[in-house]
Design a binder for this molecule. Structure first.
Ligand code: ATP
Length: 236
């Protein structure tokens, strides 16, 4: 993944500015305060929006120019699975992306079955998506993304709203993902051991390095800001 002079303006407002870095690590975390630009960066990386300036290249694909290749190379998991799930049954949901990739019906069924089996959820195939719990829905979304075998998956706060056991379970699943992972999280504990953590602050990179170095500095700063009564630091 290569970002070269990336900037993003939305409604005349500078949301991201001067982002240039190359990242080939398998596990990359993104941290930062509310409104620092994390979700916007996730959407850029996944090719859902185009930068106002600069370029994002992933697996030799210019994400803004080649939408079809972008769809193949990067998958994104949103914070709220209800914003992602559109089909009535689990197998339809998981199979949708595969159909989009051009596979025929039999192949879609085969690959959908295979991914459900891999997660020990073969019995979910005909389950109604609306009847699943939040954590189960999140897992369906993860399976749907992984079924497309992207080189990179972007997870935007996938653990918020999950109880501790469900969170740990999902973290273990994410841990086993072969694709490279970009994980946005407000909880430093979920990024422990990551190869790299990028700290965004007001749309710029404030720090960038191994999790073991960046996370303690980030946490200390978050605590310090949390002690202040003055909310002028609040983004927005
Ligand atoms: N469509 C838009 N038009 C104008 N400003 C926007 C738009 N979308 C986001 N922003 C602004 O861009 C900034 C970054 O938003 P973004 O959602 O990327 O932050 P974030 O770090 O993901 O925040 P959070 O941790 O709260 O999810 C915010 O100040 C937000 O108000």
């Amino acid at each position: 993944m290569l970002l070269d002079g990336v900037a993003l303006r939305l409604s005349g407002r500078v949301v991201l500015e001067g982002l240039s870095f190359s990242a080939d690590e398998r596990r990359i975390g993104i941290v930062g305060r509310n409104g620092s630009g994390k979700t916007s960066l996730a959407r850029l990386i996944a090719g859902l929006i185009a930068p106002s300036a600069g370029q994002i290249t992933i697996a030799a694909t210019d994400m803004a120019r080649d939408r079809k290749a972008a769809l193949r190379s990067v998958g994104i998991l949103f914070q709220n699975p209800d914003h992602q799930i559109i089909f009535p049954t689990v197998s339809e949901e998981v199979g949708f992306g595969l159909t989009q990739l051009g596979h025929d019906k039999a192949e879609v069924a085969r690959q959908t079955g295979a991914i459900l089996q891999r997660f020990g959820k073969g019995h979910w195939a005909d389950a109604a998506t609306h009847s699943l719990s939040q954590g189960q829905k999140q897992l369906v979304c993860l399976m749907a993304v992984l079924a497309m075998r992207p080189a990179l998956i972007v997870l935007d706060e996938p653990y918020s709203g999950l109880d501790i056991p469900t969170r740990r379970q999902l973290m273990r699943y994410v841990d086993r993902v072969e694709a490279s992972v970009v994980l946005i999280s407000h909880d430093p504990a979920t990024l422990m051991g990551f190869d790299r953590v990028i700290w965004l602050d007001q749309g710029k990179i404030r720090d960038d390095g191994p999790a073991a170095r960046v996370l303690p500095v980030f946490e200390a700063q978050m605590r310090a800001w949390g002690e202040e009564d003055d909310l002028t630091h609040l983004a927005g």
